[in-house]
Design a protein around this ligand. Sequence first.
Ligand SMILES: CC(C)(COP(=O)(O)OP(=O)(O)OC[C@H]1O[C@@H](n2cnc3c(N)ncnc32)[C@H](O)[C@@H]1OP(=O)(O)O)[C@@H](O)C(=O)NCCC(=O)NCCS
Length: 292
Amino acid sequence: MGRTVRVKSFELAARDINDVDVKLLHALSIAVGWPHRPKDWDFLRRAGQGIVAVDGIGRVFGSAMWFPHGREFATVGLVITSPRTQAQGTGRWLMKQVFERCGERNLSLNSTDAAYHLYLSLGFRKEAVVYQWQGEVVSPLPPVPVLDGELTSLAAENVEEIAALDERAFGTSRQRLLALLSEGASICVLRRGGEIAGYSMKREFGRGHVIGPIVASNDRDAIHLTAVHLKDLVGRFARVDTREQTGPFADFLQQSRLGMNDTVTTMSKGRRFLNRKEGEPWVYGLAGHALS
Ligand SMILES: CC(C)(COP(=O)(O)OP(=O)(O)OC[C@H]1O[C@@H](n2cnc3c(N)ncnc32)[C@H](O)[C@@H]1OP(=O)(O)O)[C@@H](O)C(=O)NCCC(=O)NCCS
């Protein structure tokens, strides 16, 4: 008998991501070292659309998802090729399938280092770096500045109260996503002068909790909207994804003794995605890499 065997190449076809067992998606994300639980995949499948690359006997070798907001914009994420079939064109093919299904929409995504050149070659342009802070929350938390306004909790059924503020920060209305995110989330709202000046959510994800989205008009408000959730998470695992590199909010995260685990790069194709204006609401904490 020969000492080697030549394995036939796989022929992969695109299927709707809802047609496969969540266990196969979970196995795919585990294979690339991502923390998603089956529950997280279920949530993402409710929030967006996607495809998987499957072979003739239903094995999943790749995935890609997109999260449309209105007719003109979508975020892209969960682009994964199984390690044993990487560097053979599946990633590029998955992205072309996404382009076909997203039509003329402007797109944005948060790219890992592994995917950066692929996205560049597909016409995406770099906009910002996202810093992923995570770890066990340790007491005491760093000091916070004086609070300007009042922090209150918001019930999920009233999530539409934050939709207008969120749209100003995110650049596009994402009301349906906010409603889904709010299910099971703890939502904190900052009220000032009778108006909502910021909000933040704490949600279960991956190894623990994500604090995000965090929307505020200045670092001081963002610190309060983050600290309020961190206080509840002492001794537990928390994660915050932010585009703040310097300034009081970035300093606060650094002093909180969470670790800076990784960075990804926000990229866009078509219209520029990020549009920060002085004093205007801004997304200080992302809902997630795929959701932005
Ligand atoms: C990023 C990823 C999806 C790419 O998938 P893939 O199936 O390997 O992609 P392709 O084979 O289509 O390769 C795309 C390009 O990247 C290059 N590439 C792929 N793997 C590479 C590697 N290990 N080193 C250097 N270049 C590589 C290829 O040369 C190709 O460029 P080319 O078409 O000009 O030759 C895959 O590496 C992956 O799943 N990584 C882990 C999860 C991840 O980071 N996903 C991205 C989320 S934003």
